[in-house]
Design a protein around this ligand. Structure first.
Ligand code: 5AD
Ligand code: SF4
Length: 431
């Protein structure tokens, strides 16, 4: 008889992709998808360890799911992903009702573990090679297909747990990726987003990221290509030439994590660039692609960050004028280099810096959006707007949400529009 599985995904897009990989394996083997944890025979939580808060969320979610186990002792409850890798058997010991711990490189073994008679199994060996080539993820219907092109990270930023939970960098072949992209498009997806912890550190037998991007432009029927997230160290002119040469098929958006603006903090973070290097890079990007939408990640309150250091982050923001930013308070993570540094910026100070940063970013967002008024943009139509059925919603190539009166559009159409207004993080447009 078919068994029902339910997956809940936390954290980054790589986890979303991995959940689709897991679902793909299970659906091929007598399992069917359940859209709620009720009545499921298997519940998997795909977890994140990047900040302490992310792990706390999982701890409390597991507490809730324990009730399902009380009702149905045959239920298998699994924790997979970064927190599984991070906590290993500690998690089984502290939560004896958890049956399965599976690290990010062990998903091919899921069926074996689910079939096992043991009440608790654990598999957290990291691999130098696993890229899940040849497995086809079970994607939900939609516009965009995520495609993982490389896994792991060799950069060892001093705050980051990812190199410890996801192991070393390894890349898939161009042929494998192009094949997955073509199959996704043939199934009805029109956009692909390439994923990797450092997507542009891609290196397969000496073939680098710009060559991969160029190869993907040949996929028949593809309307848009995106990627996330690149590391500034590996962004170069070759990449920007490909961007410029294949615009707008390769979308004019780059998510370029800054993390901090001060050279002292960047050095302590092991980010491998200085403020001036980063600013030269954004200048270079805009030389090749003047309308590039640039977004970023920023951490406040790294150990030793002074107020003057923090002002340097604001300085970079004022210079680059990001379209948007994901902003975080520093959270000490075990195993990392920064774990041994004193977390000496107070919680109040972190909160105050975050507030200031968010306020500045809101101002830049609105400025950038307003600067688009009167400009022509290409929109990939997504769906009727939830708020108003007389409106449609879509996304510009520079990754901004746009609404416009419903007309003869169908989802997945590419349409040219002129921006008429900007409010909050929404653009309005007309033909
Ligand atoms: N504390 C706070 N933020 C972190 N990030 C990674 N590690 C930490 C940490 N220990 C942020 C970085 C990264 C994003 C995915 O999460 O900004 O780019
Ligand atoms: Fe973490 Fe740095 Fe690697 Fe990104 S580049 S995953 S922030 S270690």
């Amino acid at each position: 008889m078919n068994k029902r599985f339910y997956i809940e995904t936390y954290g980054c897009q790589m986890n979303e992709y991995d959940s689709e990989i897991l679902a793909g394996i299970l659906l091929e083997h007598d399992y069917i998808l359940s859209d709620s944890p009720e009545n499921a025979d298997v519940i998997l939580l795909n977890t994140c360890s990047v900040r302490d808060h992310a792990e706390q969320k999982i701890h409390s979610r597991l507490g809730e799911l324990k009730h399902f186990k009380d009702k149905n002792p045959a239920l298998k409850l699994g924790v997979v992903g970064c927190m599984a890798q991070n906590m290993k058997k500690d998690l089984l010991e502290s939560k004896p009702y958890v049956n399965l711990i599976l690290g990010p490189d062990s998903y091919r073994n899921i069926l074996r573990h689910l079939d096992s008679d043991q009440t608790q199994t654990i598999d957290t060996r990291l691999s130098k090679f696993e890229v899940y080539d040849g497995l086809f993820p079970a994607r939900k219907e939609g516009i965009n297909a995520w495609i993982s092109i490389m896994r792991g990270c060799n950069k060892f930023c001093s705050y980051c747990i990812v190199p410890y939970t996801r192991g070393r960098e390894r890349s898939r072949s161009i042929a494998g990726i192009v094949d997955e992209a073509q199959r996704s498009v043939d199934k009805g997806f029109v956009e692909i987003t390439l994923l990797g912890q450092n997507v542009n550190s891609y290196d397969h037998d000496g073939k680098r990221f710009p060559a991969l991007l160029e190869a993907l432009t040949a996929v028949k029927g593809i309307k848009r290509i995106r990627y996330t997230s690149p590391h500034p160290q590996d962004v170069d002119e070759t990449l920007m030439k490909v961007h410029a040469g294949y615009k707008p098929l390769i979308a004019n958006h780059i998510h370029l994590p800054l993390q901090a603006g001060s050279d002292a903090v960047l050095k302590a973070m092991n980010r491998t660039y200085t403020q001036s290097h980063y600013l030269k890079l954004t200048d270079m990007i805009r030389k090749y692609v003047p309308d590039m939408g640039i977004t970023t990640d920023i951490i406040v309150g790294f150990p030793g960050e002074t107020d003057a250091d923090f002002r340097e982050t604001l300085r970079v923001m004022n210079s680059v004028k990001y379209d948007s930013a994901f902003t975080f308070k520093y959270s000490p993570r075990p195993y990392t280099k920064a774990w041994d540094m004193e977390d000496n910026v107070s919680e109040n100070e972190k909160a105050a810096r975050l507030t200031e940063l968010i306020r500045l970013q809101k101002k830049h967002t609105l400025e950038n959006y307003r600067n688009l008024i009167g400009k022509d943009v290409e929109i990939l139509v997504e769906a009727p707007s939830k708020r108003d059925p007389n409106e449609f919603k879509g996304r510009t190539a520079c990754n901004k949400i746009t609404v416009f009166p419903a007309g003869v559009y169908r989802p997945k159409d590419l349409v040219k529009r002129t921006v008429t207004d900007a409010q909050g993080i929404t653009l309005f447009s007309r033909p």
